[in-house]
Design a binder for this molecule. Structure first.
Ligand code: EPZ
Length: 422
């Protein structure tokens, strides 16, 4: 296992590009199971979750290859298997997005339940009750979900929570159902819109993506697509916070204000200057940072995937910030590591009170999940001396060449083998 070593105290300056969105790319890859025709997904980030997804698609019988111009080609002409095995699903829960497309296209799917992870129990009940409303028979045994349907039947599908994954699974399944499906209380994230745009390009009839009510008219079959994935709004937010935490002056190319509606007002309230121009956002901190309160919420609220990063920002802001995590039940794993760096944070249930301190000090810290790992890198950028973040395989699931991007902005960040002394 490798670790990342950061020498803190340098203000970031310059321009940095945002990569393609991991959380938009994943459902697009599974949407290729809905057709026998050639699909091309362009701009995917080179991160481990993509590799895992492509391996799973190949295991099912799809042909996968790089077209040499930033496009990943997937052709699921015939499917040798309609199963997503435990050994792959356990490494990446988004593999559960194979369920809806498989049962819609072939009438059968056997997918390992993803199980929990560091941030929560992550149940899939909303996915399963939605598929049952579409006429699938669902059986659960030995850690697998088996879904069968001669042909799915469109229906109203109210979601008890605007689950992103459930909305994606059900939207994909409904495209090949007989009749009309209406997903109520649907997730509104930009990734939902990107998936809908792609499904429409394949021949689906979908209205309302991005609102709480999505209507899908089923068709008999879908064609291929050639689609450029949207920029990664969570990486964009992470890079914006990296600029702010170091008091830097950075242009984040590809950052879209319409994708960051929950984050930008909170940053401005904290004293960060943000200027939208030339297809990106210019970030600076003219007069220091002050503490702000926030609560995570489904889009367009403050994204849970930026909670840890924003907390790092608040550790050295003036005043006291109360941050409430309302999406996942265990998403404060980064707090104790930040406290080891000198942060003053008290947890009370799903609320964390962050009192700004004059400075953080470098330490050896351990990543526990994808966004906690990047939060510790951000803290290391502003801490005095050296910070070592271990278990960076978590980081590699969702950030493409992060240390290169930060180094190009003037940070002193290196990736070294775990056992080495920096
Ligand atoms: C997606 O996960 C993202 N992952 C997550 O990003 C993100 O944190 C999450 O949406 C919320 O925005 C991908 O897109 C691959 P949910 P997902 O279903 O779809 C509960 C990252 O760091 N729930 O919207 O799994 C669930 O327990 C990752 O990139 C049920 O109760 O999220 C959670 O409390 C982390 N039953 C809440 O809903 C269900 O059937 C939100 O989950 C499904 C979800």
């Amino acid at each position: 296992m490798e670790k990342i070593v950061i020498e803190g105290g340098r203000a970031l300056r310059g321009e940095v590009p945002v990569s393609g969105s991991k959380n938009a790319g994943l459902p697009l890859l599974f949407a290729t199971l809905l057709t026998s025709e050639r699909c091309v997904v362009r701009g995917l980030p080179h991160v481990r979750d993509m590799t895992t997804s492509l391996r799973l698609l190949e295991q099912m019988g799809a042909r996968v290859g790089d077209d040499g111009s930033n496009g990943m080609v997937v052709e699921a002409r015939t499917l040798a298997s309609t199963e997503a095995p435990y050994d792959l699903v356990k490494t990446m829960r988004a593999s559960f997005l194979a369920l809806g497309p498989l049962v819609a296209r072939t009438g059968h799917a056997r997918v390992s339940t993803p199980g929990g992870c560091a941030i929560g129990s992550r149940p899939v009940d909303i996915h399963l009750s939605g598929l049952e409303r579409l006429g699938a028979s669902i059986r659960q045994s030995h850690g697998y979900v088996e879904a069968e349907a001669s042909r799915l039947q469109g229906a109203p599908v109210p979601l008890e929570f605007p689950s992103v994954g459930a909305t994606e699974n059900l939207m994909m399944a409904a495209t090949l159902a007989r009749g009309t499906t209406t997903i109520e209380n649907a997730a509104r994230e930009p990734e939902i819109i990107d998936l809908a745009d792609t499904l429409i390009a394949m021949g689906a009839t979908i209205d309302g993506a991005g609102t709480s009510t999505i209507t899908i008219e089923g068709v008999r079959e879908l064609g291929g697509f050639d689609h450029v994935v949207i920029p990664d709004r969570i990486e964009a937010g992470t890079l914006i916070i990296a600029a702010a935490i170091t008091g830097g002056d950075v242009f984040v190319r590809g950052a879209r204000p319409d994708h960051l509606q929950g984050l930008l007002p909170k940053l401005e309230e904290a004293g960060v200057s943000l200027e939208a121009r030339d297809g990106g956002l210019a970030v600076s901190v003219p007069a220091g940072l002050k503490a702000v309160d926030l609560r995570t919420a489904p889009f367009p609220g403050f994204p849970t995937d930026l909670q840890a990063q924003f907390m790092a920002l608040m550790t050295t802001a003036r005043g006291r910030s109360v941050m409430i995590e309302s999406i996942f039940e265990n998403r404060f794993m980064h707090v104790q590591e930040l406290v080891r760096m000198g942060a003053d944070i008290k947890i009370d249930g799903n609320s964390a009170a962050v009192r700004g301190v004059s400075h953080l000090s470098g330490a050896q810290v351990m990543a526990t999940d994808l966004r906690a790992s990047v939060c510790l890198v951000l803290a290391g950028l502003v801490a005095s001396n050296t910070t070592e973040v271990s278990r960076v395989y978590h980081l590699d699931r969702g950030y493409e060449r992060l240390e290169e991007k930060l180094t190009a902005l003037g940070a002193c960040v290196r990736r070294v083998p775990a056992g080495s002394t920096p």
